[in-house]
Design a protein around this ligand. Structure first.
Ligand code: ADP
Ligand code: MG
Length: 260
């Protein structure tokens, strides 16, 4: 990990984020702050709005209300006097590049090597020199436990290895924040551990991350804070030992009981 400048300003501020699909109100005002270096795990039942929230944070979905600030700056939309204002596309691309995303489906480009997958963004979007991007990719492959696999194609790798390449690809953009949406849910059970171990390394290394997962043990060991979402609202949040071992709300207790 690169050394990070110390700052007290939150990396992410989600303020009253709302999202509707037709008549369905899916996010009903989500407030979440994530500090630099913090690792936040979001838990919640299927359909509770977890993915929609992450997609709103990096503007894959346009929120209907509220604000998303990264390092104090609106990512793309501002509500001023009840109206939504948009930032121009080029500036939006620059701001969105600050937010990395790792999906359940790894979405690697199958016709590109591991190295090409990782360097495509830094070279194509950030304008980095090819040699610099390659050097950084080599470092990142080491970090995710895939040293020397530059020339492999995705189909030559296991699902767990592909997901670790996807993590390296997200990190190659030097994002301020990385969002993970159920990164181990598509993996065969025996491959889950290696991806969680990589994520644990990143959390310990000070990466600012928001992770949606059903892996309670990861939440317990790697999260600084656990947030429980149900029905488009944050029901409860706090340190893992508090939320997981002494939940205050019946909905949190019912949800956690499924994992016992
Ligand atoms: P989670 O990730 O917690 O399982 P989602 O955020 O994916 O939940 O979905 C929350 C709700 O929003 C669900 O009822 C889902 O069907 C609905 N939803 C999500 N995306 C769309 C969409 N693009 N169009 C319509 N409804 C959607
Ligand atoms: Mg989801």
């Amino acid at each position: 990990m690169e050394a990070k400048q110390h700052t007290t300003e939150p990396v992410l501020q989600a303020i009253g984020v709302e999202k509707r699909f037709g008549d369905a109100s899916v996010l009903k005002g989500i407030d979440l702050e994530v500090a630099e270096g913090e690792s936040v795990v979001i838990l919640g039942p299927s359909g509770s709005g977890k993915s929609t929230f992450l997609r709103c944070v990096n503007l894959l979905e346009q929120p209907d209300g509220g604000r998303i600030l990264v390092k104090g700056q609106d990512v793309g939309y501002t509500v001023k006097r009840g109206r939504l204002h948009q930032v121009p596309p080029r500036e939006l691309a620059r701001r969105r590049a600050q937010i990395g995303m790792v999906f359940q489906q790894f979405n690697l480009f199958s016709h590109m090597t591991v190295l090409e997958n990782i360097t495509e963004g830094p070279v194509g979007v950030l304008g980095r020199k090819r040699s610099d991007a390659n050097g950084r990719a080599t470092e990142l492959l080491e970090l995710v436990g895939l040293a020397g696999r530059e020339k492999a194609y995705p189909e030559q790798l296991s699902g767990g290895q592909q997901q670790r390449v996807a993590i390296a690809r997200a990190l190659a953009m030097d994002p301020a924040l990385v969002l993970f949406d159920e990164p181990t849910s598509a993996l065969d059970p025996e491959l889950v551990g290696e991806v969680l171990a990589t994520m644990r390394t990143l959390a310990d290394g000070g990466l600012t991350m928001v992770v949606v997962t059903h892996e309670i043990s990861f939440a317990r060991e790697a999260a600084d804070r656990v947030v429980f979402i149900d029905g488009g609202v944050i029901v409860e949040e706090g340190p893992p030992e508090k939320v997981l071992d002494n939940p205050q709300h019946v909905r949190t207790r019912e949800f956690l009981a499924r994992f016992l």
